[in-house]
Design a protein around this ligand. Structure first.
Ligand code: ADP
Length: 497
C-alpha cells in the first residue's frame, strides 16, 4: 500500500497579476519605441528586442507569461514591423520564416527557462527537507535523555509538517485501539475528518484528520507515530517520502529510548548484585565474630555441665555454615569465586572427600569403587579444592537423607570426555516434580525434615561449582530405591601433553 502526504502544492507556475501587467507594459513601451524609429530598424533588431522581453518574462513570471508575451510580440512584429504595415498579411514570403523562427525560439526559451525554474524550486525544497532531516537526526542524537530525544523529534515533525499535534506511542498500546492496529499490522491508518477510519490506504486524502504510521527499526515495529490536525491534513506526493524519512528517524529515537532503558535496567541489576555481595560479605564477617564468642561461651557452659549449651553450640555451628554457604553462593553467582582447573587424579579427590566425611559417616558405610583402577589412573582437569567441596555436599546429603545403616556407594568411571562420579544412596528418592527445583537456592521440597541441619544451599553450590569447571551435577532415581547424584568433571589423558 502506498499513500501520499504533503502540504499544499506551491504556486510554481502562476505569476501574480502585477508581474503580467509589468511585462505587457514593457512590451507595449518597447513596441512604441521601436515604432518611432521603424524606418531605421532592421527585422533582426525587432526580433532580438522582442526575444529579450519574452526571455525576461519567462524568467520572472514563468512559462505561461513567456508564451503569452511571445504570442503578443509575434502579432505586433507582423502587424507593425513587416510590410505591408497594419495588416497581418506579408509582402515577402521569407518574412514568414523570420516570424516562425521568432515564435519557435521564444517558445523553446520560455519552456527551458520554466524547467530550470522548476528544477531550482525542487532543489530548494530538497534542501529544506535535508535540513529538517539533519535537524531531527541531531535532536535524536544530541538530546541528553532518551525521553528528551523523543519530544524533540515530535516537535521537529510537528513544525516541519505544519500540523497541530504529533505524538509517538511506545510500549503496549491499549488493545482494540487504532494505535494497536497499526502497531500489530505494520500498516498506516487514517482518521478522516468525518470520524471514519481508513485502513486501506485509499481515501480522500485532503480530508485526513489524523495519520498513523508504524515506526520500524531493524525490521521490527517499535512504535507508532500519530500526526493530527483538526483543520485537515493535506496529503501529497513527495511529502509521503518525507514523512517516511521522518518516521525512520522517529523509529531510531524510540529504539534508542528502549536500548537506553534496558541498559539502565542492566546497570541497576549489576549495582544491586554488587550491593548484595558487599552486604553478604559484610554481614558474614560481622556475624562470625559474635558467633565465635557464642561458641566459646557455650563450650565453657558445656564444661560446667549445662546440657542446653550443646544446643547453643549446634545452632551456632549451623549459623556459621549458613553464612559461609551464602557467601560462597553469592561469589559463585557473581563469578568472583576463584576456580582454577588443573590436572588432578580422581583418586585424590575421592580420598580427600572420604576423609572429610569420616566424622559423620559412622552411621553409613561408604563403599567407593573406581572403574579400571588396576589398569589406569583416572585423571581430569578440575579444581581439587572446589570439587572436593561439591562432592562433600553430595556425600553429606546422601547420608543425611537415607536411613541410618544403609550404605552410600561412590562409583567413578570415565565416559568419553567426562569423568562421572556417582553418589548413590538408599534414601527416599526425589519426586519427579522436585528434581530440578532442589538445585535452586533455599528450595526444600515439602516434607523435608527441618532438623537435618542443612541450609538449603548445598546442591545449588555443588552444581554451580561443577558448572564453573565446565562440568555439572545430575540426578537420577536409583534402581531398587534411593537416588544417584552424578558429579561430572572434564576428563583428561595421562600423561597430558
Ligand atoms: P539441604 O540439604 O540443606 O536442604 P540441599 O541444597 O543440599 O539443601 O538439598 C535440597 C533438598 O534436596 C533437600 O532439602 C532434600 O529435600 C533434597 N535432597 C538432597 N539430596 C537428597 C538425597 N540424597 N536424597 C533425597 N533428597 C535429597
Amino acid at each position: 500500500m502506498r499513500w501520499r502526504v504533503g502540504p499544499k502544492r506551491g504556486p510554481l507556475h502562476a505569476a501574480p497579476t502585477t508581474t503580467w501587467l509589468l511585462w505587457v507594459a514593457l512590451l507595449v513601451v518597447a513596441t512604441a519605441g521601436m515604432l518611432a524609429v521603424r524606418g531605421r530598424l532592421d527585422k533582426a533588431h525587432v526580433a532580438l528586442a522582442y526575444l529579450l522581453i519574452v526571455l525576461g518574462g519567462s524568467a520572472g513570471g514563468g512559462r505561461r507569461l513567456g508564451l503569452a508575451l511571445a504570442a503578443l510580440a509575434f502579432l505586433a512584429f507582423d502587424y507593425l514591423f513587416l510590410p505591408p504595415y497594419y495588416t497581418l498579411a506579408l509582402a515577402n514570403p521569407l518574412d514568414g520564416l523570420v516570424l516562425l523562427a521568432f515564435l519557435a525560439t521564444s517558445a523553446v526559451a520560455a519552456e527551458l527557462l520554466d524547467r530550470a525554474r522548476a528544477e531550482a524550486a525542487r532543489a530548494e525544497a530538497r534542501a529544506v527537507e535535508v535540513e529538517r532531516l539533519a535537524a531531527i537526526g541531531a535532536e535524536a542524537l544530541n538530546a541528553g535523555a532518551a525521553e528528551d530525544a523523543i519530544s524533540a523529534i515530535t516537535s521537529v515533525i510537528r513544525s516541519t509538517l505544519g500540523v497541530a499535534r504529533c505524538e509517538i506511542f511506545q510500549g503496549d498500546p491499549p488493545p482494540e485501539s487504532l494505535v494497536a492496529w497499526v502497531r500489530a499490522n505494520g500498516h498506516p491508518a487514517i482518521e478522516q475528518l468525518d470520524g471514519t477510519v481508513s485502513l486501506s490506504g485509499v481515501a480522500s486524502w485532503t480530508s485526513a484528520h489524523a495519520v498513523l504510521v508504524p515506526l520500524e527499526a531493524q525490521g521490527r515495529t517499535v512504535g507508532v507515530l500519530r500526526i493530527e490536525d483538526p483543520r485537515g491534513i493535506t496529503l501529497d506526493g513527495p511529502w509521503w517520502h518525507f514523512l517516511t524519512a521522518l518516521s525512520y528517524y522517529a523509529a531510531l529515537g524510540v529504539e534508542r529510548t528502549r536500548l537506553e532503558g534496558e541498559a539502565q535496567h542492566a546497570a541497576a541489576l549489576r549495582e544491586a548484585d554488587r550491593l548484595k555481595d558487599a552486604l553478604l560479605a559484610g554481614v558474614s564477617h560481622d556475624l562470625r565474630t559474635p558467633l565465635t564468642t557464642i561458641k566459646a561461651l557455650a563450650e565453657e557452659m558445656v564444661g560446667g555441665g549445662d546440657e542446653r549449651a550443646l544446643t547453643i553450640q549446634e545452632e551456632a555451628d549451623r549459623l556459621n555454615r549458613m553464612v559461609a554457604d551464602l557467601l560462597e553462593l553469592s561469589q559463585l553467582q557473581s563469578g568472583s569465586a576463584p576456580v582454577r582447573p588443573e590436572l588432578n587424579a580422581v583418586d585424590d579427590l575421592i580420598g580427600a572427600a572420604l576423609q572429610r566425611v569420616a566424622g559423620v559417616a559412622a552411621a553409613h558405610p561408604i563403599v567407593a569403587h573406581v572403574e579400571n583402577a588396576e589398569t589406569a589412573v583416572l585423571v581430569g582437569r578440575f579444581d581439587l579444592a572446589q570439587s572436593l567441596r561439591a562432592l562433600v555436599n553430595l556425600l553429606d546429603n546422601a547420608m543425611k537423607y537415607s536411613p541410618s545403616g544403609t550404605p552410600v556407594e561412590v562409583t567413578v568411571r570415565r565416559d568419553g570426555e567426562w569423568l562421572l562420579i556417582d553418589v548413590a544412596d538408599r534414601g527416599p528418592g526425589v519426586p519427579v516434580a522436585e528434581r530440578d527445583r532442589i538445585f535452586e537456592p533455599f528450595y526444600r521440597p515439602p516434607g523435608t525434615p527441618p532438623d537435618v541441619g542443612g541450609t538449603g544451599l548445598g546442591l545449588s553450590i555443588a552444581r554451580r561449582l561443577a558448572e564453573a569447571q565446565g562440568g555439572g551435577v545430575r540426578l537420577a532415581p536409583r534402581e531398587g530405591g534411593g537416588s544417584t547424584f552424578t558429579f561430572l568433571l572434564p576428563a583428561a589423558d595421562f600423561p597430558a601433553v
